[in-house]
Design a protein around this ligand. Sequence first.
Ligand code: AGP
Length: 618
Amino acid sequence: MCGIFGIITNQEISVGKIALEGIKRLEYRGYDSCGIVTQYSSKLYIKKDAGKIDEIHKKIKLDEFPNGAKLALAHTRWATHGAPTKLNSHPHVDCHNKIAVVHNGILENFIELKEELQSKGHNFISETDTEIIPHLIEDYMENDLDFKNAVAKAIQRCEGAYGVAICHADYPNTIIAVRKESPIVVGIEEGNTSYCASDIPAFLPYTRTCYLLDDDEMAVLKPGSVEFFDVKDSNVPKKKAIQKIEWNIDAAEKGGYEHFMLKEIYEEPSALRRTLKISKDILKTFAKILWSAKNIYITAAGTSFYASLAGKFIITKFLDKYIEAIECSEFQIQLGDALKEDSVIIAISQSGETIDLIEAIRWAKEKLKNRVKVLSITNVVGSTLTRYSDHVILTQAGPEIGVAATKTYCTQVLTLGLVALEIADLRKILPDNEIEKYYDALRSTPDIIEDFLNNDIEILKKIVKNLEKTHNFFFLARGISLATAKEGGLKLKEIACRFIEGYSAAHAKHGPISLVRKDFPIIFIAPPDETYDRLVGNVMEFKARGGKIISLVVKSDKTITDLSDITIRINQPANKYYNLFSPITFIPALQLLAYFYSVDVGLDPDQPQNLAKTVTVH
Ligand code: AGP
């Protein structure tokens, strides 16, 4: 995944500076190289290099361009085709340095297109797939097409996923953006300045008026205005609805926190409160469809998959049907012809752009047409997932910039909790006052987290200080807390670079226990639910082998606390209503543990190595 940004204006402003700020806000999408191009006096001026944006800026002053430049394109890259080098950095240009392109996505047929263009004499200098685009456009322009129609023709030759923005040295008043399966949003400051970007926060300081480009659509940006076309019909403008963005730029800036990840953990209470207000109507729709489904699958990747594990557990409490959770990359291969008509797929994704998920859903839809329903839960309005879904719930986490998903996990589990209680309501399987107790517990999750964040986090810093930094360790749990263990383990893996395994406490006896030596740290996630007594047995087994026992428990806990070297305590009632939603209230402790660990070992939690926020490669 990469981030692209474009600006075109008629104002006396520094487009280089704004482009630089724009890609800084998109750096979560990729951070191994970057570049900016501006146009002035029929020439393109390009600065690019490998490395993080700040490092490159220090070296070559990324925002300094000729005064008077009125357009700029910028790119922050996460390498797919070709190593992160200066030559492979975007923008890429044609043979005559006239056409510049920034691209997010992957072109699947670039090898054959490259061979075709090379045979016509085009000269390529990078290993990227992207470089074919300026050359293709150049080729069509040499055959007498104008800029816009040449872009449309060239894009129709490209297979794969792309969000691209393109400028031409001889067209000072035009930026063209096109999308297929990689997001492009367009922002407009009426009459003055237009923007395009991979994500809204990039231009949010300047405008909240935007348009979401659909697949195979092309936006032709002029200063302060835009026209839209279908790529296949680039002469007839089409109308698109304006979107007004509710949140402001504070939501996408660090606001005094050292890292986005920390800020976003502290935003969990407010994100949950907003998500609690999801409309009853859409929850009812989800509930009815799930109740009448023959087969139900839940699918996602990474953190969203662990939210699915928690959600599946919560929903099955109130629905007499098994829900099969399948990682989206395995969905097609594991289900194959076993995916039958009248199935319902719950698809979960923060970004709504994870390619493995999109493919899984697309495959299911193509296979069964309207006889399969897709219910999706995502945080991003207009994302690709929403286009393939029958019904969508938008979580209200607000923009999440840290690569590690935190507040979005909590809001996903909460949303699934709301769906579960709606099913309980619908099926009348519990007395009203019983359901109300579950609702009370769910509604209390923001307060419980707030209380923890305000009062109890010092213990996490102490644990981090006391942990032998070379150690690997386990997160063990049973039942619903397995999701918490896996998600906690994932957070530590991705941002602290330690091999930490989230595992079933019961299953760990069948092999992994042999790793345990004196002081080997094991974190037990232990809400007082129906698995608690058996978990006590597991704690004793690991303690007997010398393990250092750290437990995550409720405040009133006694038995596991007495067996533990250290406890992390969550201030919530010890009853079944609250236990059911403990995946929401227990996870902040593990997110923060990972955060403090990462900072302690000198890593940048916002930019883990080898990772981008959204994975758009197979
Ligand atoms: C989360 O911390 C990870 N960076 C990653 O596992 C992520 O959850 C996964 O790639 C799925 O992303 P999505 O929710 O945007 O689909």
